[in-house]
Structure formats: structure tokens, C-alpha cells
Unconditional design. Structure first.
Length: 725
């Protein structure tokens, strides 16, 4: 067996050897946290003789879970996955619990997991039932509010206390109806998976005790990215034995828009006063200049656990800062720099380069430029495989086979390919089902009894029901890959998409690729194979599919880049309003998150880092001049090179101007300006605007520059000046 301690540095050893009680491992970027975590689990099993049955390791992506499994298998010298602990994402872990126990919450164990598109369809149906116009309210906005509520474990009944205006009143109505519709369909959305697990453990003491006894040793990776529901779940499982190891970095908490709460990791020592804290500060990825530049920026934040990364790679190339005329010049600079490096053989492969940006819209000019230069590139975050229409259609068929009560999937495929079953017919079947108190699928089976249906219409409906029942029988005989092949042929879908065109051929290739994925589950028995396959593909994330073997330049948002590394990194759009984003400039927590984004972006670089900005950029259909990002001014001049030094004379909004210093994190007060509706004001970053209304110390201001639009600003901290008439 591999020596589990010898190959670790002193701090990693300290983390591995601490096996009892609460442990916080503060792991800086590139500090070998996965190595420490996997060695600790292997040490528990091999040296402390802890059964894998009693260990739970939670990750945030399937890719991280698979990497962890592979590393532990290597460390233990075993090829048997059954000898491994329970390793998976929060969602995968919870799904396994719910499959066994969700009947205690009045669901069936064969529930369907709805993805974003399914949720949207269901919400549109809910809004139609409630008479809420989509022109009046965006279904996505309502779903976003419901998601936020679920992340906070706020039920539809509890949401009533959050109703403060017409919009939140309608959200409450929609949330209540939406949740009932989910349960009627025997379906959960992604947020339900965690919320229902918490509900289960809080309501069923025996189930909670069962899992507390099972998971006596718990490890949570990327703890800074946990939301409130995941935080509560973690503490429920750990409260009995308290052998909880959380590993993460407050400086890399960049997912607040998904509900992540940085306070979870910052308060760990308050939650567990006896916790041991280990700092992993040795970096194995970047040069010291890159680390020093990132550190100079992140130390401006107040909400963080102090650490200072160091590396044995002293010095290194200076950080290159360039100010280009516009976004096209910015893209040209990147392309020509990569071309030059490849020609000189300084960098062997295109895959060693990445271009990072704050918003997806910034990729268009880059794509055009790389096409013009004939350079291969790939975008992480384009149309995802599982979001392509033909793939979603096939998955919908499989879902209905597993759960015929899944109305969203049923409605998607009932007339795909065409069976002459229109929307009006579907409405009549729904009405009949409601009247008889049966499911939609049961109504299809009884189609000939539905008043007003012609023999041909009833036959079309019963034929579809017979097809599904035939495929259900096939599912009991074949694994998932075989079921897909039968669906493709028996449903007429193959003929439907393979129309002899290049596009049709591509669509069919995507279905065959889905079959390739399904073959991984061929060793499981029929019935179970399809169930596990559907469960797994429901939990796949986009970045999990990033293929490092593709010899192409990678284009991606900073959010998508977390956890990755590249020899050469270009960060573009370093301008006030882009990075940091305009919506964050006056909110202290949001500005700190932008600074963390910048830190994450910079620490992806191993050897060389380019920070680029455009002096002017096309925005909202017009060319606008851009001020350099305040982050550039925070990097020490001695580690910067380029035709422009970081500019330090422009007006920026930093933590000092927001009323607090990086040392104490406490409430701040600042003398604000008194305003009324109709007043004209000037803002240091957003320019001039007109006050629309003032409520509770918050002013709604419409700025003249369309780039900033209408914003709500706290008068106590906003750098505003009233303009005299």
C-alpha cells in the first residue's frame, strides 16, 4: 500500500491525522486540498479501520466525485468500487436517501427529477391556471424566487410571511400551486432534493438516527459554496458523532446567485467552538508573482479567513496588463499572442490557453476572431448535450416509461412525432381526468369513454398509451441502452429525426451518443438500469463534460473556471461595470464577491497571466468609453508589465468608500444625502440620473446611461450628490 503520510506536506499531514471531532481545512487555490481530503479518507479506512459504510464524502460536481473515487482506489490499492465510502454530490447523496424513504412524505419512491426546462413548462401551466399573464410576470423570475425560498428551507406556507407586495403575493400563489403540481406528478425539482431530505430527517427521528449511525465520519468539499439547506442537512447528519471535516476557501466563494452563503464557512468555528483549524497555504500551481497579485486584491475584502499563499516557484513572469482600443483589438491581441507562442513553441498546445470573462456575451467577438485566425476553440457553457431537443425528447420518453404520472414529460412526447393529438385534445383529456379523479395516463387508457371523441381520436390516444405500456414491459427485460433503441424504433422517432439532411444526421448521432452513455449501466439488472441512468443524467453539470484532451483554446466564464488550471490565462473586460459588474458597485457583499471572482480567475494561471481591458466597448448598440477596473489599481506595480501600468488615478468604489475597513467586519454608518422623488443626482460611477422614489432609506434612481438603467441604492452609503436646479 502507498504510504499515506510520507508524500504530504506538514499541513496536509496535520489535516489527515485529525480524525476525531470537527475540522476546518482552509485550502487556498492550488494547495492540494483534494490530495489532503482523499488521503484523509484512505487513512481513516486503512489505518483507523473505519468501515467505508460509515464514511460520507460530499462534493459539488460529479467530476470531483469521480476523481475522488479514482484517487482513493489508487491509494487503497483496490479496484473494487464496492469497497469505497459513499462519495457523491449533495443531490446524489440525497436522492439515494429519498429513493428509500420519500414514501414517508407522501411521494412514491419512483419520483422524477425535473430539470430547468421541465420546471418552466410546469410553471407556465401553473400561471395559466392562476390567470397570471406571462407578459405581466416572467416564469423564470417566479421560479428564481421559489428556488431562493427552497434554498432557505422556506415552504409555501411559510412564504406567506415574506409577502410584501403584489409580486411576492403572486409568487406565493404560484409557489403553492407549483408544489402541489410537482407532488401530483410525483416529481421533485433540484431544490426539492435537498429540501425534502431535510424535511424527512427533521420529521422522521428513526430515519435521522439511521443515517447518523451510518455516516459517523463526514467530509464536505467546497464548504464555502453551501447554501442554508445544505448547511442544515450537514449539521443534522453530523450532530451525533461530530466527526465533521469541512474543506474550502472563503476567498473562492463565488456562487451567491445560486444561494451559496459564505457565512457558513466563516461561522464554522462558532458552530463548533472545539474545531481544529488547518491552513493549507503552499500552492502547487502558480508562480509567486501570480499569487502576490491575487493576494493584493483579495486582502481588500473584509469577510475572509486570513491566509497567504506561497510557492517554491519564486518570481516567475510578471503579470501582463494591456489596455486595448476596443473589444476587437482585445480579441486580436489574444489571438496574435497565442499564435506567436505556438510558432515559437513556447506553449505546446492550444488547450494550454484559456480566455475568461465575466459575462457570456463577451465570447462573441472572441469566437469571430479565432475563426478568422483559423484557431480551434471550444466554449464551456454553450448548448449543452442534455439540453438539445432530440436528447430531451428521448429522455422524456424514458421518464414516462419509469413514471407515467410525469405530465411534463408526457405532454412533451404525446405528439412527438405527430400523432394528430393537439392541444385541444390534451385539454379535453385533462378535464376528463380531473372530473373522474384519475391520472392523465389513466384517462388515455380510457380514451374511448371520453365524451365527444371520434373513434380515430380515441384510437390515437389509446395507441399512445399502449406504446408506453409496451415500452414499460421492454424496460423489465432490457437495460437502459436497449430501452432507448426500442423507443427509437417503436415510437417512429428515428424516422422523424433522420430526414436525410446533415442536421438530421447530427440529431441521430446525438441519440446514439445517449445510447453510448446508457451502456455504462448495462451491467445492472433491467428496470434498475433505466432508473439509475435517468438519475445520473439529471445530476450532470456542464463543466463536468469539459474534455481536457481537446486541443482547443477554452473560452469560459469565470464562474465555470473554478477548480480548473491552465498554463496561460487571459482575463478580459477588466473595466468598471464589467469586472466588477455594474450591479455590484454599491453593495458591499456583492463587490466582495466580484473581488473573489477576480481572485479565482487569476489563480487559474500556472505560468502566465494577462489582464486585458478595452478603452471603449460596444454596449447596448452604442460605443461607450470604459474606465479601468479598480482591481487593476490594487496590484503592486513591481509585479506588472505591459504597455500600460495599472491606473491609480480614477474614481472607484472600494470597501473603504462603502464605509468599512478590511479588518473589523461590523455594521457601518455614513452620513447620507436626503433625496425626494424627482430630484436630479450625480453618482461617481453611474453618472447623472433622476430619483423615482425613496422608501426606507433606499432610493430608486433611473440613470441617463442605459448601461446602468434603474438601480436601488442605499442612501447611507451611495456616493451621490444632489444636483441643484
Amino acid at each position: 500500500m502507498i504510504d499515506l503520510i510520507q508524500q504530504l506536506n506538514d499541513k496536509q499531514k496535520e489535516a489527515v491525522l485529525c480524525v476525531k471531532g470537527p475540522l476546518l481545512v482552509v485550502a487556498g487555490a492550488g494547495s492540494g486540498k483534494t490530495k489532503a481530503l482523499t488521503h484523509r479518507i484512505a487513512y481513516l479506512m486503512k489505518e483507523k479501520h473505519v468501515s467505508p459504510w460509515n464514511i460520507l464524502a460530499v462534493t459539488f460536481t460529479n467530476k470531483a466525485a469521480n476523481e475522488m473515487k479514482e484517487r482513493i482506489i489508487h491509494l487503497l490499492g483496490s479496484n473494487e468500487e464496492r469497497d469505497l465510502p459513499s462519495i457523491g454530490t449533495f443531490h446524489a447523496t440525497c436522492v439515494r436517501m429519498l429513493r428509500k424513504h420519500i414514501h414517508l412524505l407522501n411521494y412514491e419512491n419512483g419520483f422524477t427529477i425535473y430539470d430547468t426546462a421541465d420546471q418552466r413548462i410546469l410553471m407556465k401551466n401553473v400561471m395559466a391556471d392562476l390567470g397570471i399573464s406571462e407578459k405581466q410576470m416572467n416564469p423564470r423570475a417566479i421560479l428564481r424566487n421559489i428556488s431562493n425560498a427552497k434554498n432557505q428551507l422556506i415552504t409555501p406556507a411559510n412564504y406567506q410571511t415574506y409577502v410584501t407586495n403584489y409580486f411576492t403575493e403572486k409568487v406565493h400563489e404560484a409557489y403553492t400551486h407549483y408544489q402541489k403540481s410537482l407532488q401530483k406528478n410525483n416529481a421533485l425539482d433540484f431544490d426539492d432534493i435537498i429540501m425534502k431530505t431535510v424535511e424527512l430527517l427533521q420529521q422522521e427521528a428513526k430515519v435521522l438516527d439511521q443515517y447518523q449511525e451510518k455516516f459517523k465520519y463526514i467530509s464536505i468539499d467546497e464548504y464555502q459554496d453551501t447554501n442554508h439547506a445544505q448547511y442544515v442537512l450537514t449539521n443534522l447528519l453530523a450532530e451525533k458523532y461530530r466527526n465533521l471535516c469541512v474543506i474550502g476557501d472563503s476567498d473562492q466563494s463565488i456562487y451567491s446567485f445560486r444561494g451559496a452563503d459564505i457565512q457558513n464557512i466563516l461561522d464554522f468555528e462558532k458552530d463548533y467552538p472545539d474545531a481544529k483549524v488547518v491552513l493549507l497555504e503552499q500552492n502547487y500551481r502558480s508562480t509567486q508573482n501570480i499569487l502576490d497579485g491575487a493576494h493584493a486584491i483579495i486582502t481588500k475584502n473584509a469577510r475572509r479567513k486570513e491566509k497567504k499563499l506561497w510557492t517554491e516557484q519564486e518570481g516567475g513572469e510578471k503579470i501582463t496588463v494591456r489596455a486595448l482600443e476596443n473589444e476587437r483589438a482585445e480579441a486580436d491581441f489574444i489571438a496574435s499572442t497565442i499564435q506567436e507562442k505556438m510558432t515559437r513553441h513556447e506553449t505546446p498546445s492550444y488547450k494550454d490557453f484559456v480566455v475568461l470573462y465575466r459575462t457570456n456575451a463577451q465570447s462573441r467577438v472572441l469566437e469571430e476572431t479565432f475563426l478568422r485566425y483559423g484557431m480551434p476553440y471550444k466554449i464551456v457553457g454553450g448548448i449543452k448535450f442534455y439540453e438539445r431537443k432530440e436528447v430531451k425528447d428521448m429522455v422524456a420518453y424514458l421518464r414516462v416509461i419509469q413514471n407515467p404520472n410525469d405530465s411534463v414529460s408526457l405532454f412533451r412526447i404525446i405528439n412527438t412525432p405527430s400523432r394528430k393529438i393537439g392541444a385541444k385534445t390534451i385539454e379535453q383529456v385533462q378535464s376528463y381526468a380531473l372530473q373522474k379523479g384519475i391520472t392523465f395516463f389513466q384517462a388515455l387508457e380510457d380514451a374511448e369513454k371520453i365524451p365527444g371523441f371520434s373513434a380515430s381520436k380515441a384510437e390515437a390516444l389509446t395507441n399512445f398509451a399502449d406504446l408506453i405500456k409496451q415500452l414499460q414491459r421492454i424496460n423489465l427485460e432490457f437495460p437502459a441502452s436497449g430501452v432507448i433503441k426500442h423507443v427509437l424504433d417503436l415510437s417512429g422517432y428515428k424516422k422523424f429525426i433522420d430526414d436525410g439532411t446533415i442536421e438530421g444526421e447530427s440529431r441521430l448521432e446525438n441519440i446514439y451518443e445517449l445510447i453510448n452513455v446508457a451502456t455504462k449501466y448495462d451491467n445492472l439488472e433491467a428496470g434498475i438500469s433505466l432508473s439509475i441512468f435517468l438519475e445520473e443524467i439529471s445530476l450532470i453539470a456542464d463543466v463536468d463534460s469539459l474534455d481536457n484532451e481537446d486541443n482547443a483554446i477554452t473560452l469560459m466564464t469565470i464562474h465555470s473556471a473554478k477548480g480548473l488550471e491552465f498554463d496561460t490565462v487571459f482575463i478580459i473586460g477588466l473595466e468598471e461595470g464589467l469586472l466588477p459588474h455594474s450591479q455590484s458597485l454599491l453593495e458591499r457583499d456583492e463587490l466582495e464577491e466580484e473581488r473573489r471572482l477576480m481572485y479565482v480567475a487569476m489563480t487559474r494561471a500556472k505560468q502566465q497571466l494577462f489582464l486585458l481591458r478595452a478603452k471603449s466597448r460596444m454596449l447596448y448598440g452604442e460605443v461607450q468609453s470604459s474606465a479601468p477596473s479598480q482591481f487593476l489599481a490594487e496590484i503592486p506595480a513591481e509585479i506588472v508589465q505591459g504597455d500600460t501600468e495599472p491606473e491609480r488615478d480614477h474614481q472607484t468604489i472600494d470597501t473603504q468608500e462603502l464605509g468599512y475597513t478590511p479588518i473589523p467586519y461590523e455594521e457601518y454608518e455614513q452620513e447620507g444625502v436626503t433625496l425626494n422623488g424627482g430630484d436630479r443626482v450625480a453618482h461617481t460611477s453611474f453618472g447623472e440620473g433622476v430619483v423615482q422614489e425613496v422608501t426606507g432609506g433606499v432610493a430608486t434612481i433611473k440613470f441617463n446611461n442605459p448601461r446602468y438603467g434603474t438601480k436601488k441604492l442605499a442612501l447611507s452609503i451611495a456616493p451621490l450628490k444632489k444636483i441643484s436646479e
